[in-house]
Ligand binder design. Sequence first.
Ligand code: ADP
Ligand code: ZN
Length: 725
Amino acid sequence: MNMYVDVLVEIKNKHVDKTFTYKVPKSLEADVEVGKRVVVPFGKMTLEGYILNRKDQSDIETKEILEVIDEEPVLNVEMMTLGTFVQEKTLASLSACYGAMLPKALKAKKSVTLSKKMVSYLKLAMGYEEIYAKLTNDSQKRILELFQQEDLVLKKEANKISASAVKTMLKKEYIEQLEEEVYRYQLKEVEKEAKKIFTPAQEKAYQKIKEELNTEKVFLLHGVTGSGKTEVYLQLIEDVLNLGKTALVLVPEISLTSQLTERFHKRFGNNIAVLHSGLSDAERYDEWRKILREEVSIVIGARSAVFAPLKNIGIIIMDEEHSESYKQENNPRYHALDIAKKRAETHHCPVILGSATPSLSSMARAIKGVYQYVPLLERANQKKLPNILIVDMALEVQNRHPILSRELECKIIEKLNKNEQVMLLLNRRGHSTTITCSNCGYTYRCPHCDISLTYHKSSNQLRCHYCGYTKYKDDRCPNCHEDALNYLGLGTEKLEEYLGNVFPTARIIRMDRDSTTTKGMHEKIITDFYDHKYDILLGTQMVSKGLDFPHVSLVGILNADASLNIPDYRSNERTFSLLCQASGRAGRKDTTGEVIIQTFYPDNFIMQCVKEQNYQKFCKYELNIRKTLKYPPFYYLCNLTIRSKDYEEAVKEARKAKEFLETKLDKTSLLLGPTTANMFLVNKVYHFEILIKYKSDEKLISALKELDEMCLLNSKIALDIDFLS
Ligand code: ADP
Ligand code: ZN
């Protein structure tokens, strides 16, 4: 009997997003298994693909597979189902979905080959005394002595004494050599830490969840900053491990993983795998295999860790659940929450969503009783929430204090004098946001995009934050050649420079995307600031989230309005959450924290809610607006982007798409647009958007699939489908 397999080939083209049947030559039959990768002929090419099915018959003449790549399947049964699930949720291609799930080294792509890191050990091949009796050479004796303490000696160590002696001893078969794999990513050594005694509020929250560990319920743990959510997670995980199960912990981004990982590490030792973008491909590959081999029971990681191949999951935790980084912004555009819930169903385990400022959609579900609401509304150490002062920047600008208000400047001096630490948030990287000529009015703009270029002083370059275009700055205006270039707008780099001038003795460190490009830089900045090697930490929203620095007693937020003015239905929510999160960094240990927020809209309702730290008030207000304007959580949103280098073509196709949908969709669905996108012109490509608001529309998916097919036929345009909620 013959053997056949259905193979999903990895090729960047939606037209071929289906499986092809291949015959398995007799010589490879034993190696073939569903979930492994194979090399197959495809037209004139050879491609890699995943085996999705095995069968004994084929109706058609088929080619043969050329090679089986893996010893063990890279996709297990659960992951194969998850791939299909992601495809249904996002309408992306199946191979893109599997691609998003796997670390680079295990994707079906020809370019990457990674090997395991092996280390050689030496072992005695006969009794110690027996060997000793035969030795005449001193080096050999010294090598033998290494085995008095250890059974296994690193070959590298023995070679240090004498490589030739090692060679001889191996040849004479006194000792033998063995190879063992070592994992490239190693956790730092830390001291174990005992669990803390819960506060009554923590105890109550913990009990409520613990009673339901064998359900698939979703819990919304609403804990104010510093309420001790992490302690609750740790205890729940311990319970789950005691039941012989595993735990999946998601954090929004890499800046948070290091502190959290350390706390987990202190509690659970080496029983942890870590997956985030700060690891090299090789480290990721190793961490992934640790999980596959069931050598660890806890996985901590960012968004894509939701696909970690853990077995027997007992709890899934999404910390800072409101974070937008849980949504992937390119294909497949999945939300980690959907995947988490799907896996929770498969494993019959709960999902815990933790946040100080829950997303409105989660809160609405909690209000409806779809999620279980677990409040944790006091700080664990009885510290009061920080005092917040709102400063009107209109006055400060008049008084020539446009960067730091007088209040903030005085406070910083006061804190520095008391040897306390300060954090400053400025959500804009670079030095100046525009350079303009004061003689002729010339402004540097990106030649490919619709925005002005940001100046980065450290590299003396102008950079486009949309497409990455860079050019060196000229000494004189490139238009009128006058020496009249002006640096406008404040970025983190300029702020750092400014602070250095105002507080010359303070030790200042900056954390943003530019200062953390080298590997491990993130962790270093956080650790150094934690160890009080710096007095002031300034940075973009990277510094706002989740970090726990006991000696920070003042947080200053410099451009609190920046996120308020972005035209997006989530602007209020984003602003409220960013300001509360940032404020929560102050006064976590011995002092009551102080927060100064600089704004041009001191009377804005959101600012008032932040000042009072009143989530309920904000929530009620914002839900009302969302209801009136038909936005989530009252309507679902799907955003379509039509892209083209050809302006006319983009306009025409966007209009056509809208007309098509009008005829197809349910009457209860609303169509807005086409309008120009926020990022209208990026890299010489024009972007138009159509927004669909819907409640339940059975015709939506089939209509979108049909539209997608239609757009594929026009090579001048591309369509992106993005389910926003
Ligand atoms: P959250 O994650 O809610 O912001 P954390 O778990 O980071 O809060 O706790 C804030 C601080 O309070 C941490 O320094 C933590 O060690 C401490 N803490 C938490 N729970 C307790 C407790 N029960 N007793 C003493 N200290 C606690
Ligand atoms: Zn650009």
